[in-house]
Design a protein around this ligand. Structure first.
Ligand SMILES: O=c1[nH]c(=O)n([C@H]2C[C@H](O)[C@@H](COP(=O)(O)O)O2)cc1CO
Ligand SMILES: [Zn+2]
Length: 159
């Protein structure tokens, strides 16, 4: 008989999103994204980080202060990185697993790339206009949004 406790597709892809987030240097919020095709094949992954060539150690990671002294104008979001990391082929009808609900800028990129479903783990910024704008655009564009349902399964990987 086959194993019964194998990971579901949702657990597998959300797990990869969370593992990718562990690469993030952001001291406050680590975000990971995993894009998969309609056939559940992984197309791309990403996490939030500074643009290529912009040294992590020379960039600010603060949340407050002078705008140019914070991370906000510089950091590349996990979803955008995952979209841009896809070297060839289209993302039409793909799904994106993200540990955090996408901001409005990422929502635009998600819609324009042809992604049709967003499965998110956390929505801690739900009360912001940013996220309200995302939801409005997803709704109008016919992009399905779905909260990832936690299974309480713990996966321990020895590294
Ligand atoms: O959808 C997202 N994707 C994403 O990668 N991020 C990144 C940008 C920042 O590095 C960090 C948010 O930082 P903070 O929670 O401290 O404001 O998460 C943030 C959001 C939501 O705004
Ligand atoms: Zn974003």
């Amino acid at each position: 008989m086959k194993r019964q406790d194998y990971l579901s597709w949702d657990e597998y892809f959300m797990g990869i999103a969370h593992l990718s987030a562990r690469r993030s240097k952001d001291p406050n919020t680590q975000v990971g994204a995993c894009i998969v095709s309609e056939e559940n094949k992984i197309l791309s992954v990403g996490y939030n980080g500074m643009p290529t060539g912009c040294n992590d150690d020379d960039m600010p990671w603060d949340r407050e202060g002078e705008f140019l002294e914070t991370k906000y104008p510089f950091v590349c979001h996990a979803e955008l990185n995952a979209i841009l990391n896809r070297s060839t082929g289209s993302l039409k009808n793909a799904k994106i697993y993200v540990s955090l609900f996408p901001c409005n800028e990422c929502a635009k990129a998600i819609i324009q790339s042809g992604i049709k479903e967003v499965i998110y783990g956390d929505d801690k910024y739900a009360d912001t206009d940013n996220v309200r704008a995302s939801k409005r655009m997803f709704d109008m564009a016919g992009v399905k949004i779905r909260l990832y349902k936690k299974t309480d399964r713990l996966v321990r990987i020895e590294l």
